[in-house]
Design a protein around this ligand. Sequence first.
Ligand SMILES: C[S@@+](CC[C@H](N)C(=O)[O-])C[C@H]1O[C@@H](n2cnc3c(N)ncnc32)[C@H](O)[C@@H]1O
Length: 405
Amino acid sequence: MDSLASPPPYHPDLLRTIAGAIAASPEQRITFADYMAIALYDPAAGYYTTRAARGIGPGGDFVTSPHMGPDFGELIAEQLVDFWRRLDCPDPFDLVEMGAGQGLLAADILAYLRDRHPVCYGAVRYSIVEKAAAAIAAQRQRLMPWQEKITWTTWDEIPPKSIRGCCFSNELVDAFPVHRLRWNGDQWQEIYVALAPDGSPTPLIEILGPRSRDRLETYFDLVDIDVTNLPNGYVTEVNLAALDWLEIVGDRLDRGYLLTVDYGYDAGRYYQPAREGGTLRCYSRHAHHGDPYAHIGYQDITAHVNFTALERWGDRAGLRTLGRTPQALFLMALGLGDRLSALAESPNSGGPDLNTLLRRRDTLHRLIDPLGLGNFQVLIQTTEPPERDRENPAPPLGLRTPSFP
Ligand SMILES: C[S@@+](CC[C@H](N)C(=O)[O-])C[C@H]1O[C@@H](n2cnc3c(N)ncnc32)[C@H](O)[C@@H]1O
């Protein structure tokens, strides 16, 4: 387990890279999105480079659903089998996991499919699209037993309209670099990062400037937000990288589904006037705060996902929204409730000891905790035309109304 001592204020190599990028820019400033991209993904010293193998998990900075045990992956696998059937059981059946972290989800999905759905498993062609080279190394190591089944690839290597199956991710979109904007009562200004003057207590400062891209203005039309209601000084984020990503997925997917699990809101809640400071959050050693210039290179930086933007832009990219539901309801619809009921039966049937049972029950509850992971959103989009809904009227398994034990 890592030491719990507070990390240093910055990684010196990373700060040098950031300073170099600022010095090389004509106006001696970079957008916050460029800053976040370097801080997280610099190939030499970015957070996901140095912390890929350790940052996620109980001994790291934050925990994701796959790190709670195999249930999350196994229940997602049930949804994937349902997609396979809805596509008339294609062989090969492509599963493209994007942003696979330490590879736990892939291992849980593949083991479950092999044991419970062997015919589907036989058809599966599993690929991982991962940005951080160090994460790929960690995934390759963990997924050694599955090396015949998995390929690591990039979007450039995937031809247009070549995927028949499902592209999916857990906590990918919140990790995309975001632009930060400030409303001055009349117009948006963009937040840039610059070098602090000599003698300042911190090496970097924020400065305001005109928007770096026109899309930052039209974005608010896309999500139907009347910005004139926002208070002066309101700061928020815009995730243009998410829109680019949807276009790529829409281009590469021939027939199938896009399954996105992440935390966030619809646009109305995201940009509500009371949310004056935005949704930016930094994670280090299981604590979170709002200062993206603390522990540069040693902390994760994230922003909540605007699901309305994913739905609207998805429509334009050929990815029609089938539905969105909280993770708790999604997992219950896929059988988490049955797992809880089975646990209640276990003590009388000579199963695992009481401590193991209690821990497992706690894990299942955490996956559906309405104040935590259970409140994450699950969005399902498809390339399938609406006519297919008439042929196949039942919604995907995870979007059906769950029964409660
Ligand atoms: C918050 S972690 C989530 C990891 C894993 N899915 C989990 O649930 O534990 C985000 C992951 O997305 C990867 N990532 C970020 N941007 C990416 C991109 N544009 N393409 C592919 N992977 C990306 C990061 O390197 C990291 O592995």
